[in-house]
Design a protein around this ligand. Structure first.
Ligand SMILES: Nc1ncnc2c1ncn2[C@@H]1O[C@H](COP(=O)(O)OP(=O)(O)O)[C@@H](O)[C@H]1O
Ligand SMILES: [Mg+2]
Length: 452
């Protein structure tokens, strides 16, 4: 969408030239010769470009009025040499920029472009913050079980402090969500939240990623670069998968935790920072302690406030609430008729063991919604993860067992639907995936009540 610029200038010729220039740079332009006329046009403007000296009401007065209506409207002032001081004053009053007359049209365009860009970046940030602040409220971390209620209370209690928190729990139990909740309920909520996924960073790059480097620290270090810890200064660092940190980095983390200081790679200047550390692990760190792969001193520094998040199968009473939450959250964006989930469907979800925890539940609900043609998501439409569970008892050959809670028919149907899904609805391709002829697939689809 084109941005709209309001040009306020009493000199007709200049206003005309500016208007033509901006229009040819791709903007919509409104114009006014007097501030009084401009007021009515403020509403629809994305930026105001106004002369400082105008016949009756001045550009500064217009700026004040504009910002009373919308404090985020970028306002650029044009002024002659004699009035630079006033222009500086205007900046203090919230003008985005000013242009000295006479100016080149190129310069004008650049200033306008920059002001628009800055303002849309700000808008974006504001929206993101609002969204995040909303998403991580406790009511969005769903959990009615006593275990989760206790976790909420712990989050409330530790969030305001700078205490280090260690989150432990299987993959998909909500460690990320809880780390963010701690940050967004802390006094640091408007400061950076920097997540470091310790498994994702190759070992030889970890030090420079975390602590940054000086120009010339190693071949290829052409510039100085601050690390994640510096980026997180005054905010929160989330160290995910802390169990994967190599020994040499463990020593450096220990120092950051103890002294809040470190050096960039290739520098001997010590930097001090103020960060809150939240760490997470899905492995039992105590086992790593015994094996000697994780430093004991670091463990105790991290484990100031331990929060253990139980797997979903140990708090099945959360499942109905989570399921309804995901249906409400996901269906509006998936463009399906699904509005609710039936009790029978929930019962089926309750019977399953959820090795992938809440993440798996969310995925199952999403997949089921996508393929459900009705308003109510019902038991037969629930599509559990389909890896066949093969259990082999000692001495006996591996036995194929249907996923929990599924009949053979349901299982066959879910495989067929999955194949169609993967083939984006193309039946020949789906048939190939299934090792069936097209006719055999068509027969089965008609049995399932799926004709075309
Ligand atoms: N209690 C919960 N309420 C709502 N959504 C949850 C909850 N726990 C986890 N989720 C969702 O499940 C997914 C996995 O959670 P995540 O925090 O990434 O798990 P982990 O970091 O432990 O692997 C995310 O989409 C998250 O929003
Ligand atoms: Mg995670």
């Amino acid at each position: 969408m084109k941005k709209r610029i309001l040009v306020v200038e009493d000199e007709d010729k200049l206003r005309r030239v500016v208007q033509l220039q901006l229009a040819s740079s791709g903007y919509e332009v409104d114009q006014a010769a007097r501030a009084e006329e401009a007021i009515a046009l403020l509403d629809r403007a994305d930026l105001v470009l106004s002369d400082l000296k105008l016949p009756a009401m001045s550009g500064l007065e217009l700026l004040a009025i504009a910002h009373r209506q919308n404090a985020n409207l970028p306002f650029v002032l044009m002024t002659a040499f004699g009035t630079v001081e006033t222009a500086v004053e205007a900046m203090k009053n919230g003008a985005a920029d000013f242009i000295l007359k006479p100016f080149s049209l190129d310069h004008l365009t650049r200033v306008v472009e920059k002001a628009i860009e800055v303002s849309s970046l700000r808008d974006e940030n504001r929206k993101l913050k609002e969204e995040l602040g909303h998403r991580y409220q406790f009511d969005n971390i769903v959990g009615r079980s006593g275990l989760m209620q206790e976790i909420f209370a712990t989050i409330m209690r530790v969030a305001p402090s700078r205490a280090t928190v260690l989150l432990a729990g299987e993959s998909g139990v909500g460690k990320d969500l809880i780390a963010r909740a701690i940050h967004f309920h802390s006094p640091r909520k408007d400061r950076p939240f920097v997540k470091i996924n310790c498994t994702a960073i190759p070992e030889n790059l970890m030090e420079s990623e975390l602590f940054g480097y000086e120009k010339g620290a190693f071949t290829g270090a052409n510039t100085t670069k601050p690390g994640k810890f510096e980026q997180a200064d005054t905010g929160t660092v989330f160290l995910d998968e802390i169990g994967d940190v190599p020994a040499n980095i463990q020593v450096k983390l220990l120092r950051v935790l103890q002294e809040r200081e470190f050096e960039r790679l290739g520098s001997n200047k010590t930097l001090r920072i103020d960060v809150r550390v939240v760490a997470a692990t899905n492995v039992d760190l105590r086992a790593a302690l015994e094996q000697g792969t994780f430093r004991e001193d670091l463990y105790y520094r991290l484990n100031v406030v331990p929060i253990n998040i139980p797997p979903l199968r140990d708090r099945k009473e959360d499942i109905p609430f989570l399921a309804r939450h995901f249906v409400d959250k996901l269906s509006p964006d998936l463009g399906t008729p699904v509005e609710t989930i039936s009790d029978e469907a929930i019962n089926r979800l309750m019977e399953y063991h959820w090795p992938g925890n809440v993440r798996e539940l969310e995925n199952v609900i999403e997949r089921s919604i996508v393929l459900c043609p009705k308003q109510v998501l019902d038991a037969p439409e629930i599509r559990l993860d389909m890896e066949p569970v093969s259990r082999s008892a000692a001495g006996s050959p591996a036995l194929f067992v249907l996923p929990e809670g599924m009949s053979l028919d349901q299982y066959e149907q879910s495989i067929i639907k999955e194949a169609l899904n993967r083939a984006s609805g193309n039946k020949s391709q789906a048939a190939r995936l299934l090792g069936l002829t097209r006719n055999a697939l068509r027969y089965r689809l008609s049995q399932m009540g799926i004709e075309s």
